[in-house]
Design a protein around this ligand. Structure first.
Ligand SMILES: Nc1ncnc2c1ncn2[C@@H]1O[C@H](COP(=O)(O)OP(=O)(O)OP(=O)(O)O)[C@@H](O)[C@H]1O
Ligand SMILES: [Mg+2]
Length: 263
């Protein structure tokens, strides 16, 4: 059964989509079968992997209220080990349509249940809000990875996000755990970057991944070519760091398993 990892942070522009695409691509390079699910109506993960949204007649929205419909027809193969469940702008309607549904937090879980056995990892790229789509992602996932940009207000948002994850765990999805916090757009020459890193590590300890994602121009160029960083410039610092992050993600699960075995 796939590990389902939600990439979430309600703050905009912190590197969720960049992390979702490049973590998914790095796991795929490691020959893990990966499904990247674009849960954001902006569709950045979809276009960032070179899938033309305008040409799609089916997307996550199509299966959202019809999980019995085979998602097979909606999943786009990207590379031998990487597949994409794309989003189109009509996904925005889901937030409104869910409001009046019963058990509205579990619709995405129902969709993913039907495909979970076919993948090792399912990566969910969340939108920049704590609305119903993100809530659905947190109920479908077993783990949350939080990208955190090293800037002044980063920690304030993080406290709110942690509270939300705790609430979801308590009331809706007891299996949910924070997998880790990944520092993004890190610039070691910048004092603020170093201060935020120190503060986050002081507050969150080993929850913070030891791999930091540097600010790297190649990472920002790759989506306009419809490619992950591994296919765009495998020798870049960006590629190197996402591959290292993927290795940590794989290892962290093993450690978790070991620690429960000792209990
Ligand atoms: N490590 C990095 N180095 C340089 N640029 C980056 C890096 N990570 C992300 N970016 C750029 O920063 C911008 C925001 O990144 P991204 O789209 O991944 O954030 P997001 O959290 O998904 O945004 P949103 O909240 O709108 O979904 C993009 O233009 C992206 O190319
Ligand atoms: Mg995004």
């Amino acid at each position: 059964m796939a590990r389902i990892i939600a990439i979430a942070n309600q703050k905009g522009g912190v590197g969720k989509t960049t992390t979702a695409i490049n973590l998914a691509a790095s796991l795929a390079i490691m020959e893990k079968k990966v499904l990247l699910v674009d849960c954001d109506p902006q569709g950045n993960a979809t276009s960032g992997l070179g899938v033309d949204q305008a040409a799609l007649d089916r997307s996550l929205y199509t299966v959202f209220f019809a999980p019995e419909m085979t998602p097979k027809a909606i999943i786009n193969p990207v590379s031998p080990y990487l597949s994409l469940l794309p989003a189109t702008t009509d996904l925005v309607a889901v937030e409104l349509e869910l409001v009046e549904k019963m058990a509205r937090e579990y619709y995405l879980q129902d969709v993913l249940n039907t495909v979970q056995a076919r993948f090792d990892y399912i990566i969910l790229d969340c939108p920049p809000s704590l609305g119903l789509i993100t809530l659905n992602a947190l109920c479908a996932a077993t783990e949350v990875l939080i990208p955190l940009q090293c800037e002044f207000f980063a920690l304030e948002g993080l406290v709110k996000l942690r509270q939300t994850v705790e609430q979801v765990k308590k009331r809706l999805n007891p299996a949910l755990e924070i997998l880790g916090i990944a520092l993004t757009m890190y610039d070691g020459r910048n004092r603020l970057s170093r201060q935020v890193k120190a503060e986050v590590e002081r507050c969150f300890g080993t929850t913070v991944f030891s791999t930091m994602i540097p600010r790297n121009i190649r990472l920002s160029e790759a989506p306009s070519h419809g490619k992950s960083i591994l296919h765009y410039d495998v020798k870049s610092k960006g590629a190197e760091s996402y591959l290292a992050l993927a290795k940590e993600v794989v290892r962290r699960k093993i450690r978790k398993k070991e620690s429960t075995a000792y209990k």
